[in-house]
Design a protein around this ligand. Structure first.
Ligand SMILES: [Cu+2]
Length: 475
């Protein structure tokens, strides 16, 4: 039965390839004649994933993807000119069934400056489709392939200079569902790691061009999930509920780095290493090669915010490789008492103490700018511990919102930001005895972030200046 349905597809596939060399009228006819058993693929932008494939047979699946070059946000205050599959980074998620016949249409938007193509790792054949899909601006290429091996695969542009096309954002994932399907889960999400090499340092504001020298040295300024710093953090955290099972389709585009993918506070019940089969069980961190994938599954037993990181940890806390999954639901105090903290503390606690001020990247000219830049620093660095609205975390991180400790003594607060803080303190009547690391912020950054904190959440509204911080640093 299956074979019977499938055989005409192969035949039509052959015709299609042949059709490409024919005149336009003949080509149109060949493609329409294939409409029996033909459907258009559902494709989605990250973090969404197309629904599981319900049909128990193979068919011809039409995938249409458009390459586009556009300028968008890489981090707060930082723009980058991305080259994309589908207008966003990462490119659209494609889902097909093992044994289907994929009719691939790659269109390059007329406004593009570059030709582009696609190499899908799910393709068996030289170049993974690259040569057949080489497409000039304002053109469309069509080719077909049969995804023979089930698994989760990376696709990327492979037009020279290949590294540059990938570095600029040209990648995505294609899932080849096994014939028997994947196990049922409550939620599926699409997460893809990649690096960006910018002329300016991490956080330097304005439009940042690609830096080839840094790419060659493999020293990215940004390592991110889903194309920008914070794409999956704070209000963009992935939602879930306690009791649900979650499957993450995780890709690593590189172009250079290997990812040590980890979810802080979760253990992967199952990992499909390298996006293949069968799964392994009970893994904490999974290695995802550049140009590779993993599928990870876990059940949520405890509510809270789970932080997705590349456990090469400076990438997470200093370069952007940090995403969040927020699980709502009832606490389970047996599984987790709420008193013990995961690795954020250890990793950050390992920071080296220093009294030297690092270079300043942005200089605020007005109080409003100080607050704006300070808010960015807060969201990048402080939220992980003091939480989004400065409410802190009972017993672990003191509140910054309406904090009597903060408001009572400004030089002392500046000192906390310069040197970190350790030992017992009392904030708003609650005792804390843990450690805040020295965060190596510049005088300007400390002035900005404290001005922001002082102007927020019921605090007293002081403006802190870099001069004041410099004076404090000398003591
Ligand atoms: Cu390209």
């Amino acid at each position: 039965m299956r074979l019977f349905r499938f055989a005409p597809c192969l035949f039509v596939g052959g015709l299609l390839l042949l059709g490409l060399t024919l005149a336009p009228a003949a080509r149109a006819e060949v493609i329409t004649s294939a409409t029996a058993g033909r459907e258009e693929a559902v494709t989605t932008y990250a973090p969404e994933v197309p629904p599981p494939i319900a049909r128990p047979y193979n068919t011809r699946v039409v995938v249409k993807l458009e390459t586009r070059e556009l300028t968008a946000r890489l981090a707060d205050g930082v723009d980058y000119t991305f080259w994309t599959f589908g207008g966003k980074v990462p490119g659209k998620f494609i889902r097909v069934r093992e044994g289907d016949l994929v009719e691939f249409h790659l269109s390059n938007h007329p406004s593009s400056k570059m030709p582009h193509n696609i190499d899908l790792h799910a393709v068996t054949g030289p170049g993974g489709g690259a040569a057949s899909s080489f497409t000039a601006p304002g053109h469309t290429s069509v080719f077909s392939f049969q995804p023979i091996n089930p698994g989760l695969y990376v696709y990327h542009c492979a037009t020279a200079p290949v590294g540059m096309h990938i570095a600029n954002g040209m990648y995505g994932l294609i899932l080849v569902e096994p014939k028997e399907g994947l196990t049922e889960v409550d939620r599926e999400y699409y997460v893809m790691q990649s690096e960006f090499y910018t002329r300016g340092l991490h956080g330097e504001v304005g439009h940042q061009p690609f830096d080839m020298a840094k790419a060659l040295r493999e020293q990215p300024d940004y390592v991110v999930f889903n194309g920008s710093v914070g794409a999956l953090a704070g209000p963009n955290a992935l939602p879930a509920k306690v009791g649900e099972t979650v499957r993450l389709f995780v890709g690593n585009a590189g172009p250079n780095l290997v990812s040590s993918f980890h979810v802080i506070g979760e253990i992967f019940d199952r990992v499909y290493p390298e996006g293949g089969f069968p799964p392994i069980t009970n893994a904490q961190t999974t290695l995802i090669p550049a140009g590779g994938t993993a599928m990870v599954e876990f059940r949520l037993q405890v509510p809270g915010t789970y932080i997705l990181v590349d456990h090469s940890i400076f990438r997470a806390f200093n370069k952007g490789a940090l995403a969040m999954l927020k699980a709502d639901g009832e606490p389970n105090l047996t599984v987790y008492s709420g008193k013990v903290l995961d690795e954020i503390y250890q990793a950050e606690g390992a920071a080296v103490q220093t009294t030297e001020a690092p270079a300043t990247l942005v200089v605020a000219k007005t109080r409003a700018e100080r607050i704006e830049y300070g808010k960015r620093t807060y969201n990048q660095i402080c939220t992980a511990c003091h939480q989004a609205n400065g409410q802190g975390l009972a017993g672990v991180f003191p509140p910054l919102a309406a904090s009597d400790f903060l408001n009572a003594d400004r030089p002392r607060a500046i000192g906390v930001l310069i040197n970190g803080l350790q030992g017992p303190i009392t904030v708003n009547g609650q005792p804390f005895n843990s450690q805040m690391p020295a965060l190596q912020l510049s005088d300007e950054d400390i002035a900005n972030v404290l001005t922001f904190v002082y102007s927020s959440w019921g605090n007293k509204g002081h403006v802190v200046t870099p001069e004041e911080v410099a004076k404090q640093r000398k003591q």
